[in-house]
Ligand binder design. Structure first.
Ligand SMILES: [Zn+2]
Ligand SMILES: [Zn+2]
Length: 460
């Protein structure tokens, strides 16, 4: 059985040992004392209720008007999804029409698809491209450890050596991002536009205890009812229970941006493949798995281990589905993690241009809609948005962060926290060269949880 809450990717992903990056001494950790609970503890009904309630309160009291600085620069804040899978593999449960409907529900403006590569199908010419019912689709692929968004078919170049391959992807405005950083922490960033700075699947992989918790629930009528109640009443909180500070990702980003501009994006890594299913095997056993598992891939659980199974299968015949809970509908996944892009208009070209220039931030929207957020450098009466490059000796530089909700705001320079403040406005006078990025944290159920991770302003 391949239950992994946040999605499940290439075969063997879940089982492979992680290549751990040793933490450099300069790197930032999460906020001191921010974490109170493990993912399993966050699954308790009282925890879920408190987290969902807090997010509702934060959303209700936010001021989401577009930031004046963005309006002045004629930039709109678009909610965009990266690393999204639909009808692209045997382990993907969702379809593109379903994804579209769910994107509209979540207020998503654009989706960069990342189809698993399966020749001879061409992931550019045989996919969705352009506006579909108000949502912009950009075709692409997840292959060779990258998210690929070329502007034209590269079917003939897929087997090139890596440097030539990267050139083929990025020719004529194509974009390429390094993906699943924990698997390749030392990968070269040469020729790349950026990297994932958050990946929902990584959190799922790390929560080994979560799988057991879910199996236990799916083999007990009371557990199934509880899980369904949690999905109905606290859908965002339960999806976010595994989410942690993405240190491995941010460490790589902080280290590499010292030398080179790199745009950070959020990997949603959604597949809609976490519909949990329990099926009756016989009166003394069930099999438990997901919507993408064949029966022989599901995990048999005997009543000798879980006596509640006898009650679960009562009145059923072998093969009957006796429990089904949908954990990862696309729209819940989209609300969990997204990339906001400041662009002049909702077109593929405008989004590509913004990404190349680092005008983006990663957000966990479920906690509070971040629209209205801005991070810019004020020099005289000029405002330079995140992603900009400025010269220290060209005059005083003030960094300004604007938040739609009271938050704990933290400024990181070259991987080191250099300032922290509370509230909706943050200012910092730059005295030294550095790569300055902003984080915003919100209190959810007593814990400080990372909400916004902004792309840097480069002071050279
Ligand atoms: Zn996958
Ligand atoms: Zn993926």
């Amino acid at each position: 059985m391949r239950v992994l809450f946040g999605g499940w990717c290439a075969p063997g992903h879940a089982l492979l040992g992680l290549a751990l990056i040793s933490s450099p001494t300069w790197a930032a950790d999460g906020l001191a004392g921010s974490k109170l609970y493990s993912p399993t503890q966050r699954m308790a009904p009282a925890r879920l209720n408190a987290a969902q309630r807090d997010s509702q309160r934060l959303r209700a009291t936010a001021t989401n008007a577009p930031a004046q600085a963005a309006q002045a620069a004629k930039l709109n804040d678009y909610r965009v999804i990266f690393h999204a899978h639909a009808e692209d593999s045997a382990h993907t449960g969702g379809t593109r029409p379903e994804m579209l409907a769910e994107a509209k529900k979540a207020g998503v403006h654009a989706i960069f698809l990342s189809d698993h590569y399966r020749p001879p199908r061409d992931f550019i010419t045989e996919s969705w491209r352009g506006m579909h019912d108000g949502v912009l689709f950009v075709p692409g692929s997840e292959e060779r450890g990258f998210l690929l968004a070329p502007t034209h078919s590269i079917a003939a170049q897929m087997k090139l050596e890596t440097p030539e391959f990267i050139k083929a992807v990025t020719a004529d405005g194509g974009l390429i991002f390094l993906s699943h950083i924990e698997e390749r922490p030392n990968h070269s960033m040469e020729g790349l536009d950026g990297l994932e700075i958050y990946n929902r699947h990584f959190d799922a992989k790390n929560d080994k205890a979560g799988i057991l918790t879910l199996v236990l629930k799916m083999t007990d009528p009371k557990g199934i009812a509880e899980l369904q109640k949690a999905v109905d009443e606290t859908p965002d909180a339960i999806f976010a229970g595994q989410v942690e500070y993405p240190k491995v990702y941010l460490d790589k980003w902080d280290a590499e941006t010292k030398n080179k501009r790199l745009t950070g994006v959020a990997a949603n890594d959604c597949h809609h493949n976490q519909i949990l299913i329990a099926k009756m095997k016989d009166e003394n056993a069930v099999i438990v798995g997901t919507n993408v598992d064949r029966d022989d891939q599901m995990r048999p659980v005997p009543a000798s281990l879980r006596p509640t199974i006898r009650e679960l299968v009562k009145g059923h015949k072998p093969g009957d589905v006796v429990g089904l809970v949908d954990l990862d509908s696309y729209h819940r996944s989209f609300l969990n993690s997204s990339t906001h892009i400041f662009a002049s208009e909702l077109t593929e070209n405008a989004l590509r241009d913004a990404l190349r220039n680092g005008r983006a931030y990663v957000s966990h929207d479920w906690m509070c809609d971040p629209t209205g957020f801005a991070f810019y450098a004020q020099t005289g009466d000029r405002q330079s948005f995140l992603g900009s490059e400025l010269k220290l000796d060209s005059g005083p530089i003030k960094l300004v962060g604007l938040l739609p909700q009271d938050a704990t705001i933290r400024l990181i320079a070259d991987g080191k926290p250099v300032a922290q403040a509370e509230g909706r406005r943050f200012e910092f006078d730059v005295k030294e060269k550095g790569v300055y990025r902003l984080e915003a944290w919100l209190k959810i159920d007593g814990e400080m949880r990372g909400w916004i991770y902004a792309n840097p302003i480069y002071v050279r």
